[in-house]
Design a binder for this molecule. Structure first.
Ligand code: HGY
Ligand code: MN
Ligand code: MN
Length: 440
Protein backbone atom coordinates (compact mmCIF):
# COMPACT_ATOMS: atom_id res chain seq x y z
CA UNK A 1 0.00 0.00 0.00
CA UNK A 2 1.55 3.29 -1.09
CA UNK A 3 0.42 5.04 2.10
CA UNK A 4 3.16 3.19 4.01
CA UNK A 5 5.87 4.50 1.70
CA UNK A 6 4.25 7.93 1.71
CA UNK A 7 4.27 8.03 5.53
CA UNK A 8 8.02 7.38 5.42
CA UNK A 9 8.53 10.02 2.73
CA UNK A 10 6.46 12.60 4.65
CA UNK A 11 8.63 11.97 7.72
CA UNK A 12 11.56 13.20 5.64
CA UNK A 13 10.17 16.74 5.68
CA UNK A 14 11.59 17.51 9.10
CA UNK A 15 14.34 19.42 10.86
CA UNK A 16 15.08 16.71 13.38
CA UNK A 17 17.42 13.77 12.84
CA UNK A 18 15.53 10.51 12.10
CA UNK A 19 13.67 8.73 13.52
CA UNK A 20 12.54 11.95 15.23
CA UNK A 21 10.30 14.34 13.30
CA UNK A 22 9.94 18.08 13.88
CA UNK A 23 7.61 19.94 11.53
CA UNK A 24 6.36 23.17 13.07
CA UNK A 25 3.45 24.98 11.41
CA UNK A 26 4.48 27.32 8.57
CA UNK A 27 8.13 26.30 8.85
CA UNK A 28 10.00 25.58 5.63
CA UNK A 29 9.63 21.85 6.28
CA UNK A 30 5.90 22.25 6.82
CA UNK A 31 5.49 24.24 3.61
CA UNK A 32 7.47 21.64 1.63
CA UNK A 33 5.42 18.84 3.17
CA UNK A 34 2.16 20.62 2.34
CA UNK A 35 3.23 21.09 -1.29
CA UNK A 36 4.11 17.39 -1.54
CA UNK A 37 0.78 16.24 -0.09
CA UNK A 38 -1.17 18.64 -2.33
CA UNK A 39 0.55 17.14 -5.37
CA UNK A 40 -0.41 13.63 -4.24
CA UNK A 41 -4.01 14.86 -4.01
CA UNK A 42 -3.91 16.37 -7.50
CA UNK A 43 -2.35 13.16 -8.84
CA UNK A 44 -5.36 11.35 -7.33
CA UNK A 45 -7.69 13.61 -9.32
CA UNK A 46 -8.84 15.76 -6.40
CA UNK A 47 -9.58 19.50 -6.63
CA UNK A 48 -7.31 21.28 -4.12
CA UNK A 49 -7.94 24.63 -2.41
CA UNK A 50 -6.56 26.41 0.68
CA UNK A 51 -8.16 28.95 3.00
CA UNK A 52 -6.69 32.11 4.57
CA UNK A 53 -5.04 30.24 7.45
CA UNK A 54 -3.75 27.39 5.28
CA UNK A 55 -6.34 24.69 5.93
CA UNK A 56 -6.16 22.55 2.79
CA UNK A 57 -9.17 20.86 1.13
CA UNK A 58 -8.90 18.16 -1.55
CA UNK A 59 -12.33 17.36 -2.99
CA UNK A 60 -13.69 14.40 -4.95
CA UNK A 61 -16.93 15.75 -6.38
CA UNK A 62 -19.96 13.53 -5.94
CA UNK A 63 -22.87 13.13 -8.35
CA UNK A 64 -24.86 15.47 -6.08
CA UNK A 65 -22.15 18.09 -5.81
CA UNK A 66 -24.40 20.60 -4.00
CA UNK A 67 -25.29 18.16 -1.22
CA UNK A 68 -23.44 18.27 2.11
CA UNK A 69 -20.05 16.59 1.73
CA UNK A 70 -18.32 13.90 3.77
CA UNK A 71 -15.04 15.12 5.25
CA UNK A 72 -12.03 13.17 6.46
CA UNK A 73 -8.52 14.25 7.40
CA UNK A 74 -6.16 15.41 10.14
CA UNK A 75 -2.89 17.39 10.47
CA UNK A 76 0.72 17.02 9.33
CA UNK A 77 2.43 19.46 11.67
CA UNK A 78 4.53 17.70 14.31
CA UNK A 79 5.81 18.92 17.67
CA UNK A 80 9.58 19.05 18.21
CA UNK A 81 11.36 15.71 18.39
CA UNK A 82 8.22 13.64 17.87
CA UNK A 83 6.92 10.80 15.67
CA UNK A 84 5.77 10.18 12.10
CA UNK A 85 2.22 8.84 12.58
CA UNK A 86 0.44 11.47 14.71
CA UNK A 87 -1.89 13.31 12.32
CA UNK A 88 -0.23 12.10 9.12
CA UNK A 89 -2.14 8.81 9.49
CA UNK A 90 -5.39 10.72 8.98
CA UNK A 91 -4.18 12.70 5.98
CA UNK A 92 -2.35 9.98 4.02
CA UNK A 93 -4.74 7.30 5.27
CA UNK A 94 -7.66 9.41 4.10
CA UNK A 95 -6.03 9.90 0.71
CA UNK A 96 -5.38 6.16 0.42
CA UNK A 97 -9.02 5.41 1.29
CA UNK A 98 -10.17 7.77 -1.49
CA UNK A 99 -7.76 6.14 -3.97
CA UNK A 100 -9.03 2.70 -2.93
CA UNK A 101 -12.63 3.76 -3.60
CA UNK A 102 -11.60 5.14 -7.00
CA UNK A 103 -9.76 1.91 -7.87
CA UNK A 104 -12.89 0.07 -6.84
CA UNK A 105 -14.98 2.08 -9.34
CA UNK A 106 -17.07 3.63 -6.56
CA UNK A 107 -19.06 6.75 -7.56
CA UNK A 108 -19.85 8.92 -4.52
CA UNK A 109 -23.26 10.58 -4.34
CA UNK A 110 -21.92 13.07 -1.79
CA UNK A 111 -18.57 14.74 -2.43
CA UNK A 112 -15.74 13.38 -0.31
CA UNK A 113 -13.27 15.98 0.92
CA UNK A 114 -9.85 15.35 2.44
CA UNK A 115 -8.71 18.02 4.92
CA UNK A 116 -5.22 18.91 6.08
CA UNK A 117 -5.70 21.26 9.04
CA UNK A 118 -3.26 24.06 9.79
CA UNK A 119 -1.33 24.10 13.08
CA UNK A 120 -3.10 21.40 15.07
CA UNK A 121 -0.19 21.41 17.51
CA UNK A 122 0.18 24.37 19.94
CA UNK A 123 3.95 24.59 19.34
CA UNK A 124 4.06 27.77 17.28
CA UNK A 125 1.11 29.87 18.44
CA UNK A 126 0.52 28.46 21.91
CA UNK A 127 -2.95 27.09 21.15
CA UNK A 128 -3.90 23.73 19.65
CA UNK A 129 -6.24 23.15 16.69
CA UNK A 130 -5.80 26.66 15.32
CA UNK A 131 -7.13 25.77 11.85
CA UNK A 132 -10.14 23.76 13.01
CA UNK A 133 -11.00 26.37 15.67
CA UNK A 134 -11.30 28.94 12.90
CA UNK A 135 -13.20 26.56 10.58
CA UNK A 136 -15.75 25.95 13.34
CA UNK A 137 -16.04 29.57 14.46
CA UNK A 138 -14.50 28.67 17.85
CA UNK A 139 -11.82 31.38 17.80
CA UNK A 140 -12.26 35.08 17.11
CA UNK A 141 -10.38 35.77 13.83
CA UNK A 142 -8.90 39.04 15.13
CA UNK A 143 -7.60 37.32 18.27
CA UNK A 144 -6.18 34.57 16.06
CA UNK A 145 -4.33 36.98 13.78
CA UNK A 146 -2.73 38.53 16.87
CA UNK A 147 -1.52 35.25 18.37
CA UNK A 148 2.13 35.53 19.23
CA UNK A 149 4.58 33.53 17.13
CA UNK A 150 6.50 31.53 19.76
CA UNK A 151 9.58 31.86 17.59
CA UNK A 152 9.50 35.54 18.48
CA UNK A 153 7.59 35.56 21.77
CA UNK A 154 9.59 37.54 24.34
CA UNK A 155 10.14 35.53 27.50
CA UNK A 156 7.74 37.77 29.35
CA UNK A 157 5.61 40.74 28.32
CA UNK A 158 8.22 43.29 27.32
CA UNK A 159 8.38 46.51 29.31
CA UNK A 160 5.94 49.17 28.16
CA UNK A 161 3.92 46.70 26.12
CA UNK A 162 0.22 47.39 26.14
CA UNK A 163 -0.37 43.76 27.03
CA UNK A 164 -3.35 43.44 29.35
CA UNK A 165 -2.33 40.67 31.68
CA UNK A 166 -4.26 39.56 34.70
CA UNK A 167 -2.32 38.60 37.78
CA UNK A 168 -3.13 35.32 39.50
CA UNK A 169 -5.21 37.06 42.15
CA UNK A 170 -7.58 38.49 39.50
CA UNK A 171 -7.99 35.07 37.94
CA UNK A 172 -8.76 33.04 41.02
CA UNK A 173 -12.46 32.95 40.17
CA UNK A 174 -14.67 30.86 37.90
CA UNK A 175 -12.91 30.38 34.59
CA UNK A 176 -13.27 33.23 32.17
CA UNK A 177 -13.59 32.90 28.41
CA UNK A 178 -11.13 30.74 26.52
CA UNK A 179 -8.66 33.23 25.28
CA UNK A 180 -7.96 36.43 27.14
CA UNK A 181 -4.55 37.40 25.87
CA UNK A 182 -4.15 40.58 23.88
CA UNK A 183 -1.44 41.40 21.38
CA UNK A 184 2.00 42.03 22.72
CA UNK A 185 5.06 43.13 20.77
CA UNK A 186 6.64 40.67 18.38
CA UNK A 187 5.49 38.58 15.39
CA UNK A 188 1.86 37.59 14.94
CA UNK A 189 0.02 34.84 13.08
CA UNK A 190 -1.01 37.39 10.46
CA UNK A 191 2.62 38.16 9.62
CA UNK A 192 3.56 34.50 9.49
CA UNK A 193 0.61 33.22 7.44
CA UNK A 194 0.89 36.01 4.87
CA UNK A 195 4.62 35.38 4.54
CA UNK A 196 3.68 31.74 3.85
CA UNK A 197 1.32 32.90 1.09
CA UNK A 198 -2.00 32.60 2.94
CA UNK A 199 -3.76 35.93 2.48
CA UNK A 200 -7.36 37.01 2.89
CA UNK A 201 -9.45 37.46 5.98
CA UNK A 202 -9.61 34.82 8.71
CA UNK A 203 -13.28 35.74 9.05
CA UNK A 204 -13.82 33.90 5.74
CA UNK A 205 -12.35 30.63 7.09
CA UNK A 206 -15.50 29.62 8.99
CA UNK A 207 -17.54 26.89 7.26
CA UNK A 208 -21.37 26.91 7.18
CA UNK A 209 -23.08 24.37 9.47
CA UNK A 210 -24.34 22.24 6.57
CA UNK A 211 -21.02 22.09 4.69
CA UNK A 212 -20.32 18.53 5.90
CA UNK A 213 -22.94 15.90 6.73
CA UNK A 214 -20.22 13.87 8.45
CA UNK A 215 -16.54 14.19 9.38
CA UNK A 216 -14.29 11.21 10.24
CA UNK A 217 -10.69 11.36 11.44
CA UNK A 218 -8.37 8.34 11.35
CA UNK A 219 -5.65 8.65 14.02
CA UNK A 220 -3.25 6.53 16.06
CA UNK A 221 -4.65 5.95 19.54
CA UNK A 222 -1.76 7.65 21.36
CA UNK A 223 -2.51 5.30 24.26
CA UNK A 224 -2.05 1.58 25.10
CA UNK A 225 -5.64 0.27 25.24
CA UNK A 226 -6.03 -1.22 21.74
CA UNK A 227 -2.62 -2.87 21.74
CA UNK A 228 -3.10 -4.34 25.24
CA UNK A 229 -6.55 -5.70 24.38
CA UNK A 230 -5.55 -6.96 20.92
CA UNK A 231 -8.46 -5.08 19.33
CA UNK A 232 -8.03 -3.78 15.77
CA UNK A 233 -9.96 -0.50 15.94
CA UNK A 234 -11.13 2.10 18.46
CA UNK A 235 -14.41 3.87 17.71
CA UNK A 236 -14.21 7.16 19.62
CA UNK A 237 -17.32 8.31 21.51
CA UNK A 238 -15.89 11.33 23.38
CA UNK A 239 -12.83 13.61 23.13
CA UNK A 240 -11.34 15.07 26.33
CA UNK A 241 -11.58 18.77 27.17
CA UNK A 242 -8.19 20.54 27.05
CA UNK A 243 -7.17 23.71 28.87
CA UNK A 244 -3.86 25.54 28.46
CA UNK A 245 -2.41 28.10 30.86
CA UNK A 246 0.55 30.38 30.42
CA UNK A 247 2.18 31.47 33.70
CA UNK A 248 4.75 34.27 33.63
CA UNK A 249 6.78 34.60 36.81
CA UNK A 250 8.98 37.62 37.41
CA UNK A 251 11.41 37.88 40.32
CA UNK A 252 14.76 39.56 40.68
CA UNK A 253 17.90 38.37 38.97
CA UNK A 254 21.38 38.69 40.32
CA UNK A 255 24.74 37.09 40.81
CA UNK A 256 24.44 33.43 41.87
CA UNK A 257 27.37 33.90 44.23
CA UNK A 258 26.80 37.36 45.61
CA UNK A 259 23.12 37.47 46.58
CA UNK A 260 22.40 35.90 49.99
CA UNK A 261 19.61 33.32 50.08
CA UNK A 262 17.10 35.33 52.19
CA UNK A 263 17.34 38.18 49.69
CA UNK A 264 16.64 36.15 46.62
CA UNK A 265 13.44 36.26 44.53
CA UNK A 266 14.15 33.31 42.28
CA UNK A 267 11.54 33.03 39.51
CA UNK A 268 12.45 29.43 38.67
CA UNK A 269 11.76 28.24 42.23
CA UNK A 270 8.34 29.88 42.00
CA UNK A 271 7.75 28.06 38.72
CA UNK A 272 8.87 24.80 40.32
CA UNK A 273 6.31 25.15 43.11
CA UNK A 274 3.58 25.81 40.55
CA UNK A 275 4.66 22.80 38.44
CA UNK A 276 4.44 20.53 41.51
CA UNK A 277 1.01 22.01 42.28
CA UNK A 278 -0.07 21.04 38.74
CA UNK A 279 0.80 17.41 39.45
CA UNK A 280 -0.85 17.48 42.89
CA UNK A 281 -4.07 19.06 41.61
CA UNK A 282 -4.47 16.55 38.76
CA UNK A 283 -3.61 13.53 40.91
CA UNK A 284 -6.03 14.49 43.67
CA UNK A 285 -9.31 14.45 41.73
CA UNK A 286 -9.47 10.68 42.22
CA UNK A 287 -10.40 10.24 38.55
CA UNK A 288 -8.01 8.57 36.09
CA UNK A 289 -9.25 10.82 33.28
CA UNK A 290 -7.78 13.96 34.91
CA UNK A 291 -4.28 14.66 33.59
CA UNK A 292 -1.98 17.71 33.61
CA UNK A 293 1.58 18.62 32.68
CA UNK A 294 3.78 21.71 32.85
CA UNK A 295 5.30 20.82 29.48
CA UNK A 296 7.13 23.99 28.51
CA UNK A 297 9.41 26.13 30.65
CA UNK A 298 11.60 29.01 29.49
CA UNK A 299 14.08 30.45 32.01
CA UNK A 300 15.69 33.87 31.65
CA UNK A 301 18.60 34.56 31.49
CA UNK A 302 19.19 30.78 31.65
CA UNK A 303 22.78 31.06 32.84
CA UNK A 304 24.15 28.76 35.54
CA UNK A 305 25.60 31.59 37.62
CA UNK A 306 22.67 34.00 37.33
CA UNK A 307 19.54 33.86 39.50
CA UNK A 308 16.50 33.32 37.20
CA UNK A 309 14.64 36.63 36.95
CA UNK A 310 11.86 35.55 34.57
CA UNK A 311 10.24 32.21 33.76
CA UNK A 312 7.38 31.31 31.42
CA UNK A 313 5.62 28.06 32.26
CA UNK A 314 3.01 26.51 29.92
CA UNK A 315 0.54 24.09 31.49
CA UNK A 316 -1.76 21.54 29.81
CA UNK A 317 -4.78 20.25 31.78
CA UNK A 318 -7.33 17.73 30.46
CA UNK A 319 -10.31 15.70 31.56
CA UNK A 320 -13.33 14.17 29.93
CA UNK A 321 -15.34 16.06 32.57
CA UNK A 322 -14.91 19.81 32.09
CA UNK A 323 -16.06 20.75 35.63
CA UNK A 324 -13.37 18.48 37.11
CA UNK A 325 -10.85 19.94 34.66
CA UNK A 326 -11.84 23.47 35.73
CA UNK A 327 -11.40 22.57 39.41
CA UNK A 328 -7.80 21.60 38.60
CA UNK A 329 -7.24 24.89 36.76
CA UNK A 330 -8.57 26.80 39.76
CA UNK A 331 -6.24 24.89 42.09
CA UNK A 332 -3.32 25.85 39.83
CA UNK A 333 -4.39 29.49 39.88
CA UNK A 334 -4.54 29.38 43.68
CA UNK A 335 -1.04 27.91 43.79
CA UNK A 336 0.10 30.73 41.51
CA UNK A 337 -1.40 33.24 43.92
CA UNK A 338 0.35 31.62 46.90
CA UNK A 339 3.69 31.78 45.08
CA UNK A 340 2.89 35.40 44.19
CA UNK A 341 2.35 36.25 47.87
CA UNK A 342 4.83 34.02 49.68
CA UNK A 343 7.78 34.38 47.36
CA UNK A 344 7.21 38.07 46.56
CA UNK A 345 7.18 37.26 42.85
CA UNK A 346 5.00 38.79 40.16
CA UNK A 347 2.87 35.98 38.72
CA UNK A 348 0.72 36.62 35.64
CA UNK A 349 -1.52 33.78 34.54
CA UNK A 350 -3.28 33.67 31.19
CA UNK A 351 -5.88 31.04 30.38
CA UNK A 352 -5.09 30.46 26.71
CA UNK A 353 -7.98 28.05 26.16
CA UNK A 354 -10.46 26.05 28.22
CA UNK A 355 -12.51 24.00 25.77
CA UNK A 356 -15.57 21.80 26.20
CA UNK A 357 -15.22 18.06 25.52
CA UNK A 358 -16.66 16.67 22.27
CA UNK A 359 -19.29 13.94 21.97
CA UNK A 360 -19.12 12.01 18.70
CA UNK A 361 -22.29 11.71 16.65
CA UNK A 362 -24.18 8.45 17.23
CA UNK A 363 -25.01 8.04 13.51
CA UNK A 364 -21.35 8.42 12.55
CA UNK A 365 -20.27 6.09 15.37
CA UNK A 366 -22.73 3.49 14.07
CA UNK A 367 -21.41 3.94 10.51
CA UNK A 368 -17.84 3.40 11.75
CA UNK A 369 -18.91 0.23 13.58
CA UNK A 370 -20.67 -1.01 10.45
CA UNK A 371 -17.54 -0.23 8.42
CA UNK A 372 -15.36 -2.16 10.88
CA UNK A 373 -17.73 -5.14 10.63
CA UNK A 374 -17.66 -5.00 6.81
CA UNK A 375 -13.84 -4.97 6.98
CA UNK A 376 -14.03 -7.91 9.42
CA UNK A 377 -12.10 -6.02 12.08
CA UNK A 378 -12.62 -6.18 15.85
CA UNK A 379 -13.63 -2.89 17.43
CA UNK A 380 -14.36 -1.22 20.74
CA UNK A 381 -15.87 2.10 21.76
CA UNK A 382 -13.48 4.35 23.68
CA UNK A 383 -12.70 7.93 24.66
CA UNK A 384 -9.81 10.02 23.35
CA UNK A 385 -7.61 11.67 25.98
CA UNK A 386 -5.62 13.41 23.28
CA UNK A 387 -7.40 16.25 21.56
CA UNK A 388 -7.76 16.40 17.78
CA UNK A 389 -9.21 18.64 15.10
CA UNK A 390 -12.32 16.49 15.51
CA UNK A 391 -12.83 18.24 18.87
CA UNK A 392 -13.78 21.35 16.89
CA UNK A 393 -15.17 19.74 13.75
CA UNK A 394 -17.82 18.21 16.05
CA UNK A 395 -19.15 21.76 16.48
CA UNK A 396 -20.07 22.09 12.79
CA UNK A 397 -20.54 18.50 11.63
CA UNK A 398 -21.60 15.07 12.93
CA UNK A 399 -18.13 13.75 13.78
CA UNK A 400 -16.44 10.44 14.59
CA UNK A 401 -12.90 9.12 14.97
CA UNK A 402 -11.23 5.82 14.15
CA UNK A 403 -8.20 4.79 16.23
CA UNK A 404 -5.55 2.23 15.32
CA UNK A 405 -3.09 0.77 17.85
CA UNK A 406 0.34 2.31 18.36
CA UNK A 407 3.22 0.42 19.95
CA UNK A 408 3.26 0.76 23.73
CA UNK A 409 0.76 3.59 23.40
CA UNK A 410 3.74 5.86 22.74
CA UNK A 411 3.25 9.17 20.90
CA UNK A 412 4.87 12.62 20.72
CA UNK A 413 8.19 10.74 20.80
CA UNK A 414 10.58 9.59 18.03
CA UNK A 415 9.77 5.92 18.79
CA UNK A 416 6.06 6.44 17.97
CA UNK A 417 5.13 3.47 15.75
CA UNK A 418 2.12 1.79 14.19
CA UNK A 419 2.54 -1.56 12.40
CA UNK A 420 1.75 -1.86 8.67
CA UNK A 421 -1.14 -4.25 9.30
CA UNK A 422 -2.71 -1.81 11.78
CA UNK A 423 -2.33 1.01 9.26
CA UNK A 424 -3.86 -1.16 6.53
CA UNK A 425 -6.76 -2.05 8.86
CA UNK A 426 -7.41 1.62 9.61
CA UNK A 427 -7.44 2.53 5.93
CA UNK A 428 -9.74 -0.37 5.09
CA UNK A 429 -12.22 0.62 7.79
CA UNK A 430 -12.06 4.27 6.72
CA UNK A 431 -12.62 3.24 3.09
CA UNK A 432 -15.79 1.37 4.06
CA UNK A 433 -16.94 4.27 6.26
CA UNK A 434 -16.52 6.80 3.44
CA UNK A 435 -18.34 4.44 1.07
CA UNK A 436 -21.27 4.23 3.50
CA UNK A 437 -21.41 7.93 4.37
CA UNK A 438 -20.97 9.23 0.80
CA UNK A 439 -23.73 6.92 -0.49
CA UNK A 440 -26.14 7.96 2.27
O1 HGY B 1 -1.94 17.38 22.42
C1 HGY B 1 -2.72 16.66 21.80
O2 HGY B 1 -3.56 15.99 22.37
C2 HGY B 1 -2.63 16.57 20.31
O3 HGY B 1 -1.74 15.55 19.98
N1 HGY B 1 -2.23 17.82 19.75
MN1 MN C 1 -0.11 15.55 18.54
MN1 MN D 1 -2.75 14.47 16.33
Amino acid sequence: MSALAELEQLAGFSNASPPAVTRVAFSQEDMRARAWVKQLCRDAGLAVREDAVGNTFARWCGTESQAGAVGTGSHIDAIPDSGRYDGTMGVLGGLEAIRALKRDGFIPRRSIELLMFTSEEPTRFGIGCLGSRLLSGSLDPSVADNLMDAEQRPLSSPKGADARRQTAKELVKPLGGPLNTVPVLGGFLKTVREAAGFRGSLADVRLPGDYYVAFVELHIEQGPILERSGIDLGIVTDIAAPATLRVEITGEGGHAGAVLMPERRDAFLGASEIALAVEKAASSTGAPDTVATAGACRVFPNAVNSIPSRVTLEVDVRDIDSDRRDSVVRAILEAAKRVHDERRLRVETTIVNADAPAHCDERVVAALEQAADRARLSRTRMISRAYHDSLFMSRIAPTGMLFIPCRGGVSHRPDEYSAPEHIANGVRALTEALRLLASD
